[in-house]
Ligand binder design. Sequence first.
Ligand code: OSB
Ligand code: MG
Length: 367
Amino acid sequence: MKLSSISLKLIKAPLKRPFKTHLGTVSDREVIIVEAIDEDGLVGYGEAVPFTSPWYTEETTKTCFHMLDDFLIPLTLASQIGHPDELPNLWSGIRRNAMAKSALEQAILDLYAKQKGVYLGRLFGGERSEVAAGVVIASNDIEDAMRQIEDFSGSGYQRYKIKINPQNDLDFLAEIRRAYPDIPLMADANSAYTLDDIPHLQKLDDFKLMMIEQPLGHDDIVEHSFLQKQLQTPICLDESINSFHDAKSALSLQSCGVINIKMAKVGGWMEAVRIHDLCLGNDVPVWCGGMIEFGISRAHNIALASLKGFTIPGDISSSSRYWDGDIIDPEVIVENGMIQVPDKAGIGFAINEKRLKELTTYSKLYK
Ligand code: OSB
Ligand code: MG
């Protein structure tokens, strides 16, 4: 395929409201926009979504920029890529750094799909014309959390995910269930518990949760297998799933009933689709995880969630959930709990160049 230059743009914006978990608070969001450009001036877009500190994964904005700048982009521009499916092999000498790889792979795949004139989701067999939307409540104040659920329910979100920890879980879940006995509800613990908490975690079985996400260690698969046998509520793994191999291990050990696939965290589209196919073949439902992202990453997620195995509403919310002005045009809209899957070439959304420029703090071009 034709690829003539690549550019990186650092962009930054405040969140509408802080995103709070027991691990810390995110108030401002900085990401790296990757543009892959061909000789005809067609542009493919990717978004690298680590945080500015390594609280959720080991990558940060700076490590990601470094990996792209010093390794991934020079290697990619120096080789003649025939087809994007050569990329995992081309980059195999660069260990991990999944988010850096994912963003560059996204940009090249978007460009490839645009050159072919086909919607990116279609390229991977995606068939849905709309995907179900879910939203995350990340607050340390129950009244604030209740207000957010009330506000979001106007858009008809089909799944609410509440961040929990051992201090607030019973109070939060009891309050939500008192007001909303039947909403589709799940909880994300971001590794706030240990196996010593089994009796406590068993109390959560009373709240009719769709699942509990990542209760134990961020790098654990074995202990979750033990815990799952003691809980009625299905476990969903997030942090522990960084590759196809991790997913295979989790399924072999029956460590979870559901997998949250985050394209960025597993290194891109191709690894995400391999995990999807594995889960589909084993009747394990998957959903698409979020990274408090801007519109480019959101657009890639919508395309991914159009694949058959994504049967549970994920963390894909409207652009306005986080932003006063997103970088895509049109913005992502949630209506009656659904998001329309576009059918235009590539990611299917145009870029809001004016907004992108406003948010850009630094850029660099590679030829
Ligand atoms: O654990 O799923 C998580 C956001 C940032 C880091 C980790 C997580 C999240 C989310 C998704 O919960 C939030 C969203 O993108 O709407
Ligand atoms: Mg999570």
